[in-house]
Design a protein around this ligand. Sequence first.
Ligand SMILES: C[S@@+](CC[C@H](N)C(=O)[O-])C[C@H]1O[C@@H](n2cnc3c(N)ncnc32)[C@H](O)[C@@H]1O
Length: 255
Amino acid sequence: MFADEPAPEAPAVVTTGTLFGVGMGPGDPDYLTVRAVRVLERAPILVHFCKKGRRGNARTIADAVLRDPAREFPLVYPYTTELAPDDATYVSALAGFYDDAAARLADHLGAGRDVAILSEGDPFFYGSFMHLWRRLKDRFPVEVVPGVTGMSGCWTRAGTPITWGDDVLTVLPATLPHAALAERLRGTDAAVVMKLGRHLPKVRAALSEAGLLDRAVYVERGTMAGEKVIPLAGKPDDEAPYFSMVLVPGEGRRP
Ligand SMILES: C[S@@+](CC[C@H](N)C(=O)[O-])C[C@H]1O[C@@H](n2cnc3c(N)ncnc32)[C@H](O)[C@@H]1O
């Protein structure tokens, strides 16, 4: 361009939106962080994961602060517990689900709209958010808002410190095979066993084998309506919903 030529109009700059992963805490909305509430109030697209025909728990927590359902963007899982996590059909359906969801969210982000993904507990701790974060993080700005984890809410409600002194804490998904659970439990001072569901009998047996059954506490829906806290040894059945875990408090140095 010559110097005396009139400058063309600057092309409109489209700023992309930010992808937020919002930690929604363990259930009681009083445990939402100030930053989480600020993001929930402002983001034009509020994403939550849910089962078909159900409301996601993260969305239910948000009821305490949201007055604008028009911004909701539910992502309905193709499967949850119907198939084993290593079943090829499950793996490929879930990969397709996350690819498709990421593409839909990328359209909003690319058009300059902020997208907040509501995530139970902390987004970077076994969170579904991570599968979308992985697909979108190199293309859009990201902010992760940390949350109070479910396990933190559970040991708070159980009224038990989880680690003392040099205690080693092991976090285990109950989906591991029995032998792996027992071995890990034998080698730790304190434990959190998550994702119980139909695996509770196996977890109970592994705890017993590791000599930890008497210290184990079962917590269901910690900090939410319908919360239950029971010593595992005294729990008469093996029913455990999705939001439940077993805690084994450490007994380390206590001067
Ligand atoms: C996929 S993980 C998600 C963890 C979550 N991102 C967090 O930071 O706690 C889901 C598991 O977390 C545990 N969980 C989360 N919140 C809970 C709560 N309030 N009460 C009991 N268990 C909870 C359950 O074991 C459940 O199966």
